[in-house]
Design a protein around this ligand. Structure first.
Ligand code: AHR
Length: 524
């Protein structure tokens, strides 16, 4: 018995000190594709408290605001250098009639938000409020048009209202207080047209897309970038039909992929989960890579020059709503697990930026995998927010190809069976995920994620010409994978300086703590 206890103690001691080893070889000279900053796009839908309460409180609110936008949220979002913001949906877009959201607010009609909890929408946040917000944030607007329940005329007039210098719609805009047209580049022609956007078949939607986009005109030198509503997950036929019938009329085709453990029944708690659930979730997250590849293979057949961008304009985790919050408002907490989903997703997106031109996480505040959570006048930044901040240096930098060898884990989970798919989550999970880029000043940034919850990882990074360079780092880690920032404890998970990197003669030696995400900067 004594002997057994001793061996157990030894095993425990060993696993406490055990570490994994990995090697990365970077090839900066082979880098040719730029990681578009639009990979870091955001999405704000009229859903729950994303807009109302999250971004917008109105000028008369006691919550400190600038022209009705929350000051705390504006400040936090500016730090992320948001490249674009998609609005007004989502499913909401296909029930939205833009003319209800212009003119004096007290005269704007109300509507029922049928998709999201039947909440009454007062239209106080409309076209002006959205486009002015984009100007304040310095980001490109991405406006989703209503194809499901709208009309071609309504769509055409909306584009004219936003972007024409003269004419009847420009006159109306000026009467509503905006003299100059806004700059609007990205428009989405419908959303999830196979589902909440009209339950269409791809052949029918392809024709409708061709028709609607015809009347979305370029006014006064504004050049629209038209995005067709694309597939969800494994619906390769949708991509095939759209590319075959309408590729010549579009600049982008969207794709939606959520890291969700199941679509039927409970999606699981955002806060309470097992280690197995965590690894399984990362497997599902990485399952996006083969899905992207298959959609891109189809696109390549019709568009070998890669003119049409694949726009992953909805992605991220989807958990059960937090207990006590409104059903249908999709308010979920955000832990270190979500931070890993963000990091791993970016590491995949970066590899395919010859085709992937935009991605939009769902959503910016208080909905699904948010950057920001608000409650009254309180605001917290989520672990996902910090990943976006740490990854900022990759925006518009040149992707650096790499060879990576690391340990792998076979993931399994009997609790969640995929339901909307013909594929299962990736079962072999690499214990290290990484990406690297070089910016226009020659600085190299390397992001590393040690997904192992228990073991640290020693990473050897081979990189020529390191001598004399300044190497710094930032780390996001915490005690437990379920750690999160709450309104009571807003600073549990946040980035700190990373000190576990050493310069060697051939590159770097990095010691990553268990469950950590690190970005290294190598500057001249
Ligand atoms: O992001 C929430 C919803 O998910 C969007 O409204 C819809 O497009 C998707 O199904």
């Amino acid at each position: 018995m004594k002997k057994l206890l001793c061996s157990l103690a030894l095993l425990c001691a060993m696993s406490a000190t055990a570490q994994r080893e990995a090697t990365i070889t970077l090839h900066p000279e082979e880098g040719k594709n730029v990681i578009s900053r639009h990979i870091y796009g955001q999405f704000a839908e009229h859903l729950g408290t994303c807009i109302y309460g999250g971004l917008w409180v109105g000028e008369d609110s006691a919550i400190p605001n600038t022209q009705g936008y929350r000051n705390d949220v504006l400040g936090a979002l500016k730090e992320l250098s948001i490249p674009n913001l998609r609005w007004p949906g989502g499913c909401f877009a296909d029930e939205y009639h833009w003319m209800d959201g212009i003119g004096p607010r007290e005269n704007r009609p109300r509507m029922v938000n049928n998709n999201w909890g039947g909440t009454v929408e007062d239209n106080s946040f409309g076209t002006h409020e959205f486009l002015n917000l984009c100007e304040i944030l310095g980001c490109e607007p991405y406006v989703s048009m209503n194809v499901g329940s709208g009309s071609v005329e309504e769509t055409a007039k909306w584009v004219e209202y936003m972007t024409a210098k003269d004419g009847p719609m420009a006159k109306l805009r000026k009467e509503n207080g905006r003299e100059e047209p806004w700059k609007v580049k990205y428009i989405g022609v419908g959303n999830e047209s196979w589902g909440c956007g009209g339950n269409m078949r791809p052949e029918y939607y392809a024709d409708l897309y061709r028709r609607y986009q015809t009347y979305c005109r370029d006014y006064n030198g504004n050049r629209l970038f038209k995005i067709a509503s694309g597939a969800s997950d494994y619906d390769y036929n949708w991509t095939e039909v759209l590319m075959r019938n309408a590729a010549g009329h579009m600049r982008g085709l969207s794709l939606h992929y959520y890291t969700v453990l199941t679509w039927s029944g409970s999606k699981g708690s955002a806060l309470h989960f097992t280690d197995d659930d965590y690894y399984w979730c990362l497997g599902k997250c990485l399952g996006i890579e083969p899905v992207l590849k298959k959609h891109m293979e189809i696109m390549d057949r019709y568009d070998s020059r890669k003119r049409v961008g694949l726009m992953v304009d909805e992605w991220g985790t989807w958990w059960d709503e937090e207990p006590g919050t409104v059903r249908g408002h999709l308010f979920q907490q955000n832990t270190m697990r979500d931070a890993f989903v963000a990091a791993l997703s970016f590491n995949v997106f970066h590899k395919y930026t010859d085709r992937i031109q935009m991605c939009n996480i769902a959503q910016i505040a208080n909905v699904l995998q948010s950057m920001i959570l608000t409650q009254g006048d309180k605001m917290v930044l989520t672990p996902t927010y910090y990943v976006f901040k740490m990854y900022k240096p990759h925006q518009d930098a040149t992707f650096i190809p790499m060879d990576l060898t690391c340990d792998e884990m076979q993931v399994k989970n009997e609790r969640y069976r995929p339901s909307r798919s013909d594929e299962e989550p990736t079962r072999t999970l690499p214990m290290l995920s990484a990406t690297a880029s070089k910016n226009s000043e020659g600085a190299i940034h390397i992001s590393l994620a040690n997904v192992d919850l228990k073991q640290k990882q020693e990473v050897v990074i081979n990189l020529a010409d390191i001598k004399g360079k300044k190497v710094t780092g930032e780390i996001l880690t915490s005690k437990n994978v379920g750690d999160h920032n709450s309104f009571e404890n807003p600073d549990v998970v946040k980035t700190t300086e990373f000190k576990g990197v050493k310069v060697t003669k051939d590159g770097l030696k990095v010691t990553l703590p268990a469950m950590s995400i690190v970005t290294l900067s190598i500057e001249n």
